[in-house]
Ligand binder design. Structure first.
Ligand SMILES: Cc1cc2nc3c(=O)[nH]c(=O)nc-3n(C[C@H](O)[C@H](O)[C@H](O)COP(=O)(O)O)c2cc1C
Length: 294
């Protein structure tokens, strides 16, 4: 079955599945794994750190993914990535897709547009997505309450966010927030999204550069874990893991995941994760064939 959508057309990947930015982890090697699996990988610019390193990482990733069925881009997390204008300059020179996120992208847009880049903006509220839409993005990612990452205290559940957002967003829409398997993928497509983005589900893959013990802890977590539920559903003001000096030097990423933990029950390779979503979705659709006889 072909999974061509406006998102695969825009990004040049086989499947409409994007890997989310991951602070402190989202390096080029992982983005390349995702692209080789047919999805869209993301180099988190804050992980590269400096413009020089980012340029090197984009080039390495390009070499490592030449001829692969997927694609990759760079995430610029506004408000938390130091030297963001310089990092954007590198993206323009290297002509790579960019994704902006976290806060308003207005200041970066003139540069992105002048550079002729494919640009996606990630927002947590429909109103922020609509603000960004006025600036002319090629696609929008909406992350619902169930998702991980920096949360917005006004975030609404993924279903409400996507269905409501779809009514108003005119560009390709990518759904995120608690998605980690074929059911979530098809649900997002059913709600009108042209693709999905996942962060937590990619954390618990074999290639993800975190300790095995953390991956094991993630697969044991479920969405009704009181601490997880509190963190996901009642977000406080935006903060980064490193904002708190009392936190351990190596953050416990099992504390940063989302409600996608409900479907994360083993540690597949990135390829296995992507394939399980695509093949699982095909099986579900096949099981619905009877609907066509009506
Ligand atoms: C450990 C972790 C770190 C993240 N860091 C960032 C970040 O630096 N910038 C960003 O835009 N999103 C970040 N995210 C959010 C993801 O890119 C994605 O939007 C989110 O994980 C989607 O929800 P899901 O985890 O339910 O799939 C992070 C997510 C996780 C799990």
């Amino acid at each position: 079955m072909e999974w061509k959508t406006s998102v695969t057309e825009l990004l040049g990947c086989k499947y409409p599945i994007l890997q989310g930015a991951i602070a402190q982890l989202g390096n080029w090697e992982f983005a390349a794994c995702v692209a080789r699996a047919g999805a869209h990988g993301t180099i988190t610019a804050s992980v590269s750190g400096t413009p020089e390193k980012l340029r090197e990482h984009i080039r390495e990733c390009r070499k490592a993914t030449a001829g692969s069925p997927g694609s990759f881009g760079v995430n610029l997390s506004i408000g938390i990535t130091p030297r963001i204008e310089e990092l954007l300059e590198v993206c323009i020179e290297e002509k790579v897709h960019v994704e902006t996120s976290v806060f308003k992208p207005d200041a970066l847009v003139p540069g992105i547009k002048a550079g002729g880049l494919t640009w996606i903006h990630k927002a947590a509220r429909v109103k922020d997505a609509l603000h960004a839409q006025e600036l002319g993005p090629d696609a929008i990612i909406l992350v619902g309450l169930e998702g991980a990452g920096i949360k917005n205290p006004e975030q609404l559940p993924t279903m409400t966010t996507i269905i409501w957002g779809r009514k108003q967003i005119k560009v390709p829409l990518i759904a995120a927030g608690g998605i980690g398997d074929a059911h979530g993928f098809l649900a997002a497509r059913g709600m009108g999204a042209d693709g999905i983005m996942m962060g937590s589900a990619f954390l618990a893959t074999q290639e993800c550069p975190i300790k095995e013990s953390i991956k094991e802890a993630i697969i044991k977590l479920s969405p009704d874990n009181p601490e997880l539920r509190q963190r996901v559903m009642v977000p406080g003001p935006p903060r980064r893991p490193t904002d708190d000096p009392s936190e351990p030097r190596e953050p416990d990423f099992s504390r940063a995941v989302s409600f996608a933990t409900g479907v994360i029950d083993h540690i597949p390779t990135v390829q296995e994760l992507v394939d399980s979503i695509i093949h699982g979705a095909e099986q579900i659709l096949d099981s619905w064939q009877f609907l066509k006889t009506r």
